[in-house]
Structure formats: C-alpha cells, structure tokens
Design a protein around this ligand. Sequence first.
Ligand SMILES: Nc1nc2c(c(=O)[nH]1)N[C@H]1C(S)=C(S)[C@@H](COP(=O)(O)O)O[C@H]1N2
Ligand SMILES: [Mo]
Length: 246
Amino acid sequence: MKRRAALAGIAALFTGACSKIADSKTGSALMDAAENWHMKAHRALANRQALAREYAPEDRSPTFRANGSRTVDTDYYREQLTNRFADWTLEVRGLVRTPLSLSMEELRALPQRTQITRHDCVEGWSAIGEWTGPQLSLLLDQAGLMEEANFIVFRCADNLNGDDYYESVDMVDAYHPQTIVAHKLNGEDIPEGNGAPLRMRIERQLGYKHPKYLTAIEAVASLDDIGAGKGGYWEDRADYQWYAGI
Ligand SMILES: Nc1nc2c(c(=O)[nH]1)N[C@H]1C(S)=C(S)[C@@H](COP(=O)(O)O)O[C@H]1N2
Ligand SMILES: [Mo]
C-alpha cells in the first residue's frame, strides 16, 4: 500500500514537472529539441529505406567488369561450375528457429525480384546490371529470425590473399526490398567472374558490401567474434567503413 502510494506520488510529480517544464521557456526548447531529434531519427531511417535508383534495360553496361576474386580455386567449385551448380547449397543458419539448406532449384522457385542498378566500387569504377533473385527478407522470414539477431553475416566460398571473404549488414539493409540473393545477371546465370552461382545485391551500399560466391547467410547478435571483428573482409584488412551507404 505504502509502495503504491509512493509510486503514484512520483507519477504525479513527473506529470507536474513535465507540464511545468513545457510552460517554461527553456523547457519548451528542450521539448522542441526532443521532437527534432525524433524527427531527424525518423527521417534518417526513412532515408535508409528509400530505394536505390533503378535503370532502363538500354542503360545496362555492355560488360559487367569482374573485380576482386574472379573464381573460387577449388576442385569442388570447378566441378559445380560445369554442372550448373546442381549440388550447390545455400545455408541460412545462426539465430534462426528453422535453419535452411536451399538448392539452386529451390531458390529459383521462390518469388523473384529483378532490378537494374548501378554498382559503385570504391576503386573508382561503376557498372549497370540487371539482377534477379529472391529477396533476402523472404529467406529470413522463412527461417524465422530470433529476437537476439542484430546482424546478417554473408559467408563466401573464395579465399582472397589468405582470408575467406565475408560481409555483414544490419537489419535495415537485410530487410531492404532491393536486398536480393541474385542468381541471374542480365537474364543469364551469373558468370564465374561475377560470383556464380549466388551473390548478394545490397543496392544502398558500395561494391565491397555485395558478397559473391555466397555459401551461407548467418544471423548473429554481434560481429565481434567474426574475422577480425569489423564486419567484413575489407573492413578487417583495410579500414573500409562497415557502413558504406550510398
Ligand atoms: N566473395 C567475394 N565477394 C566480393 C569480392 C570478392 O573479392 N570476393 N569483391 C567485392 C568488390 S570490392 C566488388 S567492387 C564487387 C565486384 O563485383 P563484380 O566482380 O561482379 O564486379 O564484389 C565484391 N564482392
Ligand atoms: Mo570494389
């Protein structure tokens, strides 16, 4: 009883204090600042959900340059390449209720998104291409993401100068409508040099955030224990920004 009365008293005190703050000049300035902060945060989030520009078919680059790894140097990869990746599997694992192991056939059977976008590499070149594949959100919903998951990590088959390539994004990019697991470039199976058979397209991010030769999608709470802990191959090696939004 006593405790309750005390709590009610505190609540009354706060209500009183708040209206007093709002009445005073500095108080209303404080309230305005809070409202402004909220508006800015909201705008920043809305901005991150905006779509990247999409282009017309005639804007596509005649050739889409291959950069970084141009193949995967293993017998298994070469064998799969000649076999149209008949046994390639994409795993969805980590903090999910139902881990998935998807074949190329299963990925092709899902609802697909096609988008013509411009790829921008930090090395100073860009290319426009048409990409097709299921949205990542579809796979994450199918696997059932757990509450504790804060990031999505992408695992790749290639080893570049001694380290396995990997990347990661937060849930805003993971659930962005233009974030797709692509298996087609310009209407054909993705070429070897561009990441066959699967590569991510994360259209609001710079080129190095689009992992090629994708083998697994992993939901994690923290990036600290992965690689050198900075969230990606180039972030670990060369101080590239983890958030490379464009
Ligand atoms: N697995 C893997 N993904 C990768 C890379 C890589 O070397 N290995 N290079 C990155 C960089 S820096 C760029 S610009 C693009 C290049 O994609 P492209 O070869 O289709 O042009 O892939 C990105 N994803
Ligand atoms: Mo790049």
